[in-house]
Design a protein around this ligand. Structure first.
Ligand code: GUN
Length: 292
């Protein structure tokens, strides 16, 4: 069994991105700049946005975090998005999700200029991704593909079972792995809460991507000997002491790792790869690689 070390892989990719940023600066170019809008004070979102800021700093990019009250109206948020869309100094914009319940997330996502949509959530980018056109691919699926590529894991002709059909992970990774590409060329089964006999489908899988957000859901009896297991889950479980918590994936690592050929740990697997993919997209945005 080999542990897919997302932390080390991401560190290597980050170095390459830092060099590319330096190259732009050395040639008199503008420093790539990522803006993040954070609405309200959800603890996990706060942590994610802080990490994104730190990542930008570490590769020499600029970042701006716009903090807005949970009580703002959708119109106020749309105005802010529009202002950033028109700000030539900002290359990429993310609006951290989830948003407060009174705001329609889809409306906000669709207001982001596709050329600045480094999250790859805008329907234009989603559609381009599905058809195999150049696009911003959302960070978690892109990170998974990068990790498979980094470890030269054969995907062509393999049966990949994706558990979870979210717009952020399940649907895009299912589509990416079905593309005629490397990694790709998989036969994909996209499973969800209404799937019948999930266990028997999982037992037919060469690759399982667990992205349903249920801690330790995937157990050893659901995994075939020699499978590749990618754990996207990351649930914060309070430890009972102060404000401390531990991070738990969707895979019961201790028992599943004994059966599979490759597995991602939590933390240190998909998470760091996700963060680096956002930097990759921001670099693409700065270089105007997708939309010219
Ligand atoms: N919330 C959880 N994951 C993400 C992400 O990748 N992007 C944004 N904008 N919000 C998130």
């Amino acid at each position: 069994m080999t542990i897919l070390d997302g932390k080390a892989t991401a560190a290597a990719l980050k170095k390459e991105i830092a060099q590319a940023v330096q190259h732009i600066k050395d040639n008199g170019g503008k420093t790539p700049h990522l803006a993040a809008i954070l609405v309200g004070n959800d603890g996990a979102s706060e942590t994610y946005v802080n990490s994104k800021e730190r990542d930008c700093r570490e590769v020499g990019m600029n970042s701006t975090v716009i903090r807005m009250s949970a009580a703002i109206s959708a119109d106020e948020l749309l105005q802010k998005v529009d202002e950033i869309n028109r700000n030539d100094d900002i290359d990429g914009l993310i609006v951290q999700l989830p948003l407060p319940r009174h705001i329609n997330e889809q409306q906000i996502i669709e207001a982001i200029a596709p050329a600045k949509d480094v999250d790859g959530f805008h329907p234009l980018n989603v559609g381009r991704m599905v058809t195999g056109l150049p696009s911003y691919v959302s960070a978690t699926p892109d990170g998974i593909v990068e990790l498979l590529a980094h470890y030269n894991i054969e995907t062509a002709g393999k049966h990949c079972v994706v558990i979870g059909r979210s717009n952020i992970v399940g649907k895009p990774i299912a589509n990416l792995l079905a593309l005629k590409a490397t990694p790709g060329d998989c036969t994909v089964t996209l499973c969800h809460s209404r799937t019948r006999d999930l266990k028997s489908l999982c037992l037919q899988a060469d690759i399982i991507i667990a992205a349903l957000g249920k801690p330790e859901f995937l157990t050893a009896d659901m995994v075939r000997e020699g499978a590749v297991v990618i754990d996207v889950g990351i649930t914060r479980i309070p430890t009972g002491t102060e404000n401390k918590f531990r991070l738990v994936g969707d895979v019961k690592f201790d028992e599943v790792s004994l059966k599979c050929r490759y597995i991602t740990p939590v933390p240190g697997g998909v998470g760091p790869m996700t963060r680096v993919s956002l930097l990759k997209n921001t670099l693409k945005a700065a270089k105007k690689e997708i939309f010219g």
